[in-house]
Design a binder for this molecule. Structure first.
Ligand SMILES: [Fe+2]
Length: 174
């Protein structure tokens, strides 16, 4: 076999030099997906900071339980945030990246530091409900556009949050 006949790349010269080929969605479609993901991202970021707040400032008889549980939750939220932002980059869009943007776009609102352990747990439960609303709305948009990658990611978050929701609800049950 003549080595000179072996192709160096499966792309022909024109394609090899062209810009990277876009994913199979129109600009309108990626705009819709990215903007739904950005709304979710903003809510997640505010939720994340609330969990850090509560991890640091929780007091009382439930300190050890909640201090640790809030850490578990913010560690998971932190990973999800990174994944959501990078998914937005996959579509060549820009993730919201400033605290100002997060506060402006988030339906989840910040609270102070001096709350009872029970109110902190109730705040987190309420955040979960808000996040689930955004997750379901992202899911419906991405399913409509056959975006299986985002769909799988979001379904995983929904399942985890539903489990955390159950556990915190059980913790609060009297
Ligand atoms: Fe800590």
């Amino acid at each position: 076999m003549n080595i000179e006949n072996v192709a160096k790349t499966q792309l022909d010269t024109r394609l090899a030099k062209a810009k990277p080929i876009k994913l199979g969605w129109s600009d309108d479609e990626t705009e819709r997906i990215a903007s739904a993901l950005n709304e979710l991202l903003a809510n997640y970021q505010v939720h994340y900071q609330k969990l850090r707040n509560y991890h640091w400032n929780v007091k009382g008889a439930d300190f050890f339980d909640l201090h640790e549980e809030f850490e578990t939750l913010y560690t998971e939220a932190n990973q999800n945030i990174d994944e959501i932002a990078e998914r937005i980059r996959v579509f060549s869009h820009t993730p919201l990246s400033t605290l100002r943007d997060y506060l402006e776009h988030s339906a989840i609102k910040e609270t102070g530091t001096d709350l009872t352990a029970e109110v902190m747990a109730r705040e987190v439960l309420s955040d979960f409900r808000i996040l689930l609303g955004y997750l379901v709305s992202v899911l419906s948009i991405v399913s409509e556009h056959d975006d299986a990658g985002t769909e799988q990611m979001i379904k995983g978050y929904i399942k985890r949050i539903e489990k955390h929701h159950w556990m915190l609800t059980a913790f609060l049950a009297k």
